[in-house]
Design a protein around this ligand. Sequence first.
Ligand code: ADP
Length: 238
Amino acid sequence: MALKFAAGGALAGVAAYGLYSLNQPKKYQLKMIISGGPGSGKGTQCDLLVNKYGVKHISTGDALRHHVKTGTDLGREAKAYMERGDLVPDSLVIGICKAEMETKEAKQNGWLLDGMPRTKAQCDALDTMGLVPNLFLRLDVPDEVMMDRACGRRQDPVTRQIYHVKYKKPPTQEIEARLVIRSDDTVEKMTNRIKQYHTNTTAVSGSYSDKLVALDGNRAPTDVFPAVCAAVDSALAK
Ligand code: ADP
């Protein structure tokens, strides 16, 4: 009987905690910006982070591609910039970010901002919105490695899984036959994207120098991830 009561009490406690954790923002929420050049491995690390920490992933690149694909006004405005590998106007990405940050998921689970800020104006906009990260993580990868990674990158439109023609081949011929290439993953567009990245990174990293952790991203994703987690855990413990 006593045991039953104790178990019941524990269950009630778990249920109450469950409700608490669902309805209340966590005290030590992860609020993180991940940066790095095109092909630096941000997307892969973001998937792993979402899985481990349950944060809301906000990718300006993914959101913009979705707008282009579904033909919204915003997508129509962004398309030409993206196809050249140029940055889209600040107002467009700031609007996307604001909307995503206002979702219940971002408020309750914390956020992982990927692809923004890329300009000083975007840093200032985050500041104005009161969005202050507890970690700014940068993945450093040599230009020629980013070029090689992006130009061989292929995506499965069915599962969204990313493969690479040399480093991560698809498991079956059926999957291989349906893989697609991102329209800006060409040598010419990557040259521009890498150039844009270097032009903007100093200003952006400078805005978060007190939160900055720079990691060597020129390793296998499974070797990068423990270093990323160590940086996250240390930021959360502060
Ligand atoms: P990558 O980092 O690999 O270049 P993304 O998927 O993050 O790719 O972004 C793809 C494109 O979307 C960029 O080349 C740019 O045109 C646009 N974009 C994404 N985020 C921003 C941003 N914060 N500011 C301006 N343009 C952006």
